[in-house]
Ligand binder design. Structure first.
Ligand code: G3P
Length: 213
């Protein structure tokens, strides 16, 4: 199972590089960092991680998305072209996949969308857990459904849990059998730390300091 960091913050990626396989970005994330030279940021990220770095197209039409996707893929062999789960996005996904370019179909909010992305050869499907929860639906159930359908049907597309808001989402998505999960540095920090670890460490240190001499 792969862990991706959902950020374009180079310092955070460097800090957590031992725990992560790759990085996912989106236009909102990239717009926060080095906007004038975001290609440079993407290349720096590629050098820091071993696996895929997802970068999303921002074009509106299929023709432009295809051109943009091919250009992004040329930047570095770790680039995974992120495409929206729309009619045009999925058509472009099919073409890029047939050309051997890695693809990540994003903004997936239903199992049927995930099936169609798999039919178009997507490398990853990104169902959004938190944004479904935000509108009163169960994001984790969607993850479970997609994992089950992909298993039953033998689809090779990797399920990449996205829009993760807490460590409970992380654990439950992994238990459903996702192939990958992306999370912000804040969520990764919350997965790593536990108050009882800190309390225990402090106690050990105090006992050691006060040992019989
Ligand atoms: O990058 C896609 C996804 O992880 C975004 O999450 O928190 O903006 O819903 P969020």
């Amino acid at each position: 199972m792969k862990i991706f960091l959902d950020t374009a913050n180079i310092d955070d990626i460097d800090y957590y590089k031992d725990f992560i396989d790759g990085v996912t970005t989106n236009p909102s994330i990239l717009s926060k960092y080095d906007v004038k030279n975001h290609k440079n940021t993407i290349l720096k990220i590629c050098r820091l991680v071993r696996s895929h770095v997802s970068v999303e197209v921002v074009s509106d039409t299929a023709e432009d998305m295809l051109k943009e996707g091919r250009e992004l893929a040329k930047l570095h062999n770790q680039i995974c072209v992120k495409l929206p789960c729309t009619y045009d996005g999925l058509r472009v996904c099919k073409i890029l996949s047939e050309e051997g370019i890695a693809t990540n179909v994003t903004l997936c909010f239903s199992a049927t969308q995930a099936v169609l992305a798999a039919k178009c050869g997507a490398t990853y499907i990104s169902p959004f857990i938190g944004r479904l929860d935000d509108v009163g639906q169960d994001g984790l159930s969607l993850i479970d459904d997609i994992c089950e359908i992909y298993r039953q049907q033998g689809f090779e597309t990797n399920v990449l849990a996205a829009s993760v808001r807490n460590s409970y989402h992380v654990t439950q998505a992994i238990m459903s059998g996702v192939d990958a999960i992306t999370m912000s540095p804040k969520i990764l920090k919350s997965c790593l730390e536990h108050n009882l670890t800190n309390v225990g460490l402090q106690l050990f240190a105090e006992d050691w300091k006060n040992r019989k001499k």
